[in-house]
Design a protein around this ligand. Sequence first.
Ligand code: XMP
Length: 321
Amino acid sequence: MDSKEVKLESLEPKKFIEEQVKAISSSVVDGVAINALSGGVDSSAVTMLGHRALGNRLKTYFIENGLMRKDEAQRIASLFKELGVAVHILDARKEFFGALKGLTDPEEKREAITQTFYKDVFGKLVREIGAKYLLQGTNYTDVEETVAGVKRQHNILEQLGIDTQKEFGYKVIEPIIQLRKSGVRKLAESLGLPEELYNRPPFPGPALATRIIGEVTPERTEIVRSATKIVEEELSNTGAFQYLAILHQDRVTGIREGKRDFGLQIEVRCWESKDALKGSPTRLSFDILERLSQRITTEVTGVVSVTYNITKKPPSTIEAV
Ligand code: XMP
């Protein structure tokens, strides 16, 4: 697989699509391939490429891991239905929360999600439907950050020396590995995806787990999910690169209904960035910050403190875990 970077300036989407469709068709000569669609621009673009190359021989699954945003599975499945792509929703909440139980170390949490996804959930699915290939939306930045040792991106396997054929029983095909996010957006537009998909802010593979400091439980995920909904509603018109809510582990003293409440802390981050490699916080107006704080402390049970991150990346990263 060619993994030399194709820069945005030199990307010719139509030609790139043609080449990748050809490459997928010649790799998956017969039988079926499988892919997981999360609704992010990377997996959405790969779904369309795979669909063009293989038609019904590509089986697309939305893995409901319990860590996604509110109503995400149904929303994405219906968007793709309109594009003629059937998306199967697989409920794997029990497997993911089971694997995450008791874990607090960031890299252990990522590893648990990786193993649950590739080995347990996908491994089983692949055996059931007899797929020999997994199409995956790994991009150039994912590889770069993992190889540089910044953070282990959960979709990186081969570059870490993992033989997927041997370990999980299938081969991985990565059609957009030469592109950065801006290139993937251009490609996705050319593939006919709607703007709400190709211009979507990035969302990490391990989903809301990257925004929960400490143990990832269904209850704690629900808190960050509610805060995320508010942050997305309030900040979607800022044009920022990415905006998110983080649930902290430490509690702080607050006051609720005139009484002391040792409550939860939510941190909001909103990023200006081109490719997620570097970032700086958006200079949000105080009115917006106040509205965020007001809504999160009243609408999300137990939250008594909302903070805004003013640190650049580096030394911060975009996500918290
Ligand atoms: P960080 O937090 O490393 O994030 O500054 C850089 C960009 O990548 C996204 N991100 C991930 N995406 N799997 C993914 O698919 C991951 O494990 C992961 N971690 C972070 C993040 O949202 C940001 O856009």
